[in-house]
Write a protein that binds this ligand. Structure first.
Ligand SMILES: O=C(O)C(=O)C[C@]1(C(=O)O)C=C[C@@H](O)C=C1
Length: 272
């Protein structure tokens, strides 16, 4: 199986993708990854969705709401960041915005005067550190190994603000591979309207059928201010009658908008 994910080599996304694919290629953004799968150029894409410290990866949510793809699995993995540089004398810490945010307290306590620069991925920041002694990167400690080019020291490990840091990735496939089998289901709901109690009405069909919501996230639709797209995850599969019924009720409520069924899937926990 071939998969595309956020590059270059050594990103957390790369580590997650290796769990489901034997050949991994790289893109510069999560939108490019979802697009490559939607256009049938690659069999699978792996994108980060949510982190336990910093919350949603909004670019991924928006890409899932706007491309015809299916979610066929989720991968949950612990994230333990290291500070990597050629030496102690650096002036900038470069990393993915999520990683910088996950290490905010550590950076404020230890490097209050060092600038922070958000780059496309953790591995991209590490790459800069490898080329420039005035830059430090934040990423997986293995990025300092010879396998990735060497020349870097691990200045500190486990620098994320909480020990329990974890990121949830989803595995994206062409829409034709959408499945009803699995213990979780992801939906994107665009009501295209707004009135008191709308969100309550959209969620009640799940509560009434004893279906646990595992996540509700609202994203601006981009159409007008105050207009939202809702990302809803539930702990039930579309193979279950109660789930299909609940989704049909929601579809009836949002007849001026739409419901995208991203599909049902299971969770894989990857430790490394
Ligand atoms: O930059 C990387 O290494 C990524 O795979 C991206 C990403 C993210 O977007 O959340 C993945 C896991 C970590 O939470 C930090 C960064």
């Amino acid at each position: 199986m071939k998969a595309i994910t956020l590059g270059p080599e050594g990103t957390y996304s790369h580590r997650a993708a290796r769990a489901i694919a034997d050949e991994v290629t790289f893109a510069e953004s999560v939108t490019d990854i979802v697009e490559a799968v939607a256009e049938g150029r690659v069999e699978r894409g792996v994108v980060p969705i949510e982190n336990s410290i910093e919350g949603s990866v909004t670019e991924s949510l928006d890409a899932l709401a706007t491309h015809d793809v299916a979610v066929v699995r989720e991968i949950v993995t612990p994230i333990r960041h290291a500070l990597l540089a050629q030496g102690e004398d650096f002036e900038v810490v470069a990393s993915h915005a999520q990683a910088l945010a996950q290490c905010r307290s550590y950076l404020e306590d230890n490097y209050p005067h060092v600038a922070r620069e958000a780059v496309a991925s953790t591995a991209r920041g590490v790459e800069q550190a490898r080329e420039d002694p005035s830059v430090a990167g934040i990423g997986h400690p293995d990025n300092a190994s010879e396998e990735y080019g060497g020349g870097l020291r691990v200045l500190a490990e486990n620098i994320q603000d909480r020990t329990s840091n974890a990121t949830r990735f989803v595995v994206v496939a062409p829409e034709t591979e959408r499945s009803d089998a699995g213990g979780k289901t992801s939906l994107v709901v665009y009501p295209n309207t707004n009135y008191p109690g709308l969100l309550l009405r959209l969620l009640e069909p799940f509560a009434e059928r004893d279906i646990n919501l595992t996540r509700v996230e609202s994203r601006p639709s981009g159409e007008r201010l105050g207009d939202y797209v809702f990302h809803v995850d539930v702990a039930a599969g579309l193979y279950e009658e109660r789930t299909r019924e609940a989704v049909e009720v929601v579809e009836g409520i949002v007849e001026d908008g739409w419901v995208r069924r991203l599909g049902s899937y299971d969770t894989r926990h990857v430790l490394y």
